[in-house]
Design a protein around this ligand. Structure first.
Ligand code: ADP
Ligand code: ASP
Ligand code: MG
Length: 439
């Protein structure tokens, strides 16, 4: 069985819901995970914000506006009065429920209940639409099987058992619709898997039912600005190893967050990224397979700061790196690239909030220099150390570009360069020519 997840934009209007319905009714049995309609979760956060601030009037105004929007969606979505009325009643009940929270004290618990409404409503709408169309679709309530433990981590054993029980109740159904994002915690309270958590839901379900594939359908048109600079646009990346995808995730690639796909990775279930706006395109398959000897993508990230600490004391000493790293840790600043020599270490960071304090502390251990406005260029592909030739090719491409740091060997899938921001385009072009076009 396949598990398909459709994001907020993919179910963002009545029209979009109809398109999703068309996509999923091919006669194959499947589980479909849905997000809230786009914008809804953000609006629910806003409502909660007013309630935290004890402003029920402000909250009610937004609640009423959101409810009016849903009324319109329902009018557009269904063709029969029966389904219009049935769905309208459900939505009204949910909004009345949201309104009931404007009268009392408001805490994190109440907020979680409010945030859950987006997915509860979208899945109800789509299930009803499919049923109106005569499709054998059933709604699997995520709150009955999706659960986190006392550490707020998903509980795979519970999920597997309870999901199986839910599926058994409707053995002949063609489509099982369910809510992404929402769950119950170890105490049985309504909770969620954090913003953007619907992908996580899909991955957890995929692992629980041992799916043949997990498909993440998203609106790629809406994600261009965050796309990694995959330079060779003419040949989109068709396949990635899970670790290649994880490397690219850092570059703001609206690829999946590595923690979201972990259950799929462990269960060895391939994850396919697909575009709702171009449903016949093959998309990108992420799996545990490495395409031997292949470079997949080149990505870049700006606004990087490089810091070098040089110290004679580092020579033959131990514990020096720990002291340096502890400084970054104490200012909650993560380090991205690291290069070391016997007498110095260079690191790169992208969060400069505490840069001055960090520099002050580092000066206790050595001479410190800083380079601003740098850029990380990352080559992702099969870069296992025993392969020969790729490092040379990549370095050759960088021949005319001043390189501040090079990092290789941290994983089998990456080589990174730190260069000046103004050299970025030239570097991307040259790497593309050398690695993809054999110039
Ligand atoms: P998709 O991933 O297909 O765009 P989702 O339903 O998964 O759709 O996400 C819906 C929207 O939720 C995203 O477009 C984004 O604006 C918002 N979102 C996702 N993750 C986060 C996050 N970590 N913080 C705030 N908003 C988020
Ligand atoms: N609706 C939730 C959000 O906007 C979860 C998701 O869409 O993945 O964050
Ligand atoms: Mg998402």
């Amino acid at each position: 069985m396949k598990v398909l997840k459709f994001g907020g934009t993919s179910v963002g209007s009545a029209q979009r819901m109809k398109e999703v319905a068309k996509l999923i009714t091919d006669g194959e049995q499947k589980i479909v995970v849905l997000s809230a309609m786009s914008g809804t979760t953000n609006t629910l956060v806003e409502i909660s914000d007013y309630l935290y601030k004890k402003n029920p009037e402000g909250a009610n105004e937004i609640i009423n506006k959101l409810e009016a929007k849903y009324k319109q969606h329902v009018d557009e979505l269904y063709s029969t009065d029966e389904y219009k009325q049935k769905t309208q009643e459900f939505i009204k009940a949910q909004f009345d429920y949201i309104r009931s929270y404007t009268k009392d004290i408001f805490t994190l618990f109440e907020e979680k209940v409010i945030l859950a409404q987006g997915e509860l409503i979208s899945t109800n709408m789509v299930t009803n639409y499919l049923q109106e169309q005569g499709v054998n679709a059933v709604l699997l309530p995520a709150l009955e099987y999706m659960r986190t433990d006392k550490n707020s981590e998903p509980d795979p054993i519970y999920i597997k058992e309870k999901l199986a029980a839910q599926l058994e109740m409707h053995p002949g159904a063609e489509i099982y619709i369910t809510q992404g994002f929402i769950c119950r915690n170890a105490y049985g309270e309504i909770d969620n898997l954090q913003r953007g958590g619907s992908d996580y839901t899909a991955s957890l379900i995929g692992a629980a039912v041992n799916a043949s594939e997990i498909q993440i359908w998203t609106d790629i048109d809406g994600m261009h600005d965050n796309d990694p600079r995959i330079v060779d646009k003419t040949t989109p990346v068709r396949q990635l190893h899970f670790e290649e995808a994880a490397e690219l995730a850092y570059f703001g690639a609206k690829i999946l967050h590595p923690t979201c796909v972990q259950p799929a990775k462990y269960a060895n279930i391939p994850v396919r990224l697909l575009n709702t706006m171009e449903p016949t395109a093959p998309g990108t398959l992420i799996s545990n397979d490495t395409e031997k000897g292949k470079i997949k993508a080149v990505a870049a990230k700006d606004n990087i700061t490089a810091i070098k600490i040089k110290s004679g004391r580092m020579l033959l000493a131990y514990g020096f790196l720990r002291k340096v790293f502890e400084i970054f840790e104490s200012y909650q600043t993560s380090i991205d690239m690291i290069c070391t020599s016997e007498v110095g270490v260079s690191v790169s960071i992208d969060n400069t909030k505490h840069l001055n304090e960090i520099l002050d502390d580092l000066k206790k251990y050595g001479t410190v220099t800083v380079d601003h406005d740098m850029c990380i260029i990352c080559v992702v592909g099969d870069l296992e150390w025993e392969n020969v030739g790729f490092e040379a090719k990549a370095l050759d491409a960088m021949r005319d570009i001043p390189v501040r740091m090079i990092s290789f060997g941290g994983s089998n899938y990456n080589i990174s360069f730190l260069i000046r921001k103004e050299d970025k385009n030239k570097a991307l072009q040259s790497l593309s020519d050398h690695l993809f076009n054999n110039k």
